[in-house]
Design a protein around this ligand. Sequence first.
Ligand code: SF4
Length: 361
Amino acid sequence: MGKDEKNEKKEKNENNKCCLKEDLEYIALKNNVLKMAENLTFTAELDGIQDMRKIGFPISQYGVYVKSKIPFRTFKIPVDAGFSCPNKDGTLDDKGCIYCPKMGRPISVEYCNRKYSLKEQIEFQLNEHGRKGINKFYVYFYPATNTYDEPENLKELWDFALSYENVIGLSIGTRPDCLEPEKLDILETYVKQGYDIWIDLGVQTLHDKTLTLLNRKHDAIDTLNAIKNCKERGIKVCGHIILGLPGETRKEMLQTAELLSLIKIDALKIYPLVVIYNTKLEEMYWNAEYKSLDKIQYISLVTDFLEHISPQILIQRVSKDKVPKEIKISPEWDLGRLKILNEISNNLKTRKTVQGSKFNI
Ligand code: SF4
């Protein structure tokens, strides 16, 4: 055997050992999640929602679920209550996640803005959408980490948002390590009063090596515990997932899909990774350390992901709203979420599969 052949064999053996180690770690995590989820139930299952696949929907769309559950037109009002983030204010780090822009997350809704008080933000949007015949609302605390404050301050904000007659619930965007029991206890009291309470949780991936690379400053177990702790109190969880993260393989993304199904997460928003100016990811992009997925790759990956998750998980989104071109570097393709949703549905049709076709636990 020549030197090159020997080196190749050695390298192959090392790769196999590494895969074996990662596979064993994954199996251990999966067994742990199965135990954690023993007493948990999906929201859709609890609400007796029939399998949407049987009524002709290849994807369990959240919108269809809401219409079947709430006999009113509903809308989520995004508000900016001025929260910071422990990963940006120096508590955990001051750099933030590698894709998070220094100037904060862009949002295209005029009235979701700190230049207006919370009261103004809510009332303007209630009136605007009320005129269009929408009569039930969720208040969506959107930018940054919206549970990053003392419980009593959070309670004051949440009480205020729920004091409007037509507000039937809250959606609260946050990180897995900012959901301490005292805060969840307060949210549980609203659930007991009949409000629909959702946590919009930044999950991104359930692989620690990627979470480290992203500079998230929490690990997969933090995320799984956060989901479990919410669900045990009747608080629903919508996880935000990013496909196309640096260094992640298709197999790893599908492992995240499997774990989220096992922990019975209620809903998902799936996004492509977007390179925005003024981020660490921008540097990686210009140094050719990161390349965005093209549109065909993204559609194919989301299709795979959907095939591998439980049909009981409600899908809220499969892409982003358009990111303004003044701040977006990559990908070049149009992110418009309805267009992408159609393309993914067509892809499932072509493959003759539906959400959950390959989920077999
Ligand atoms: S947790 Fe969210 S707000 Fe905080 S740095 Fe990461 S992306 Fe930005």
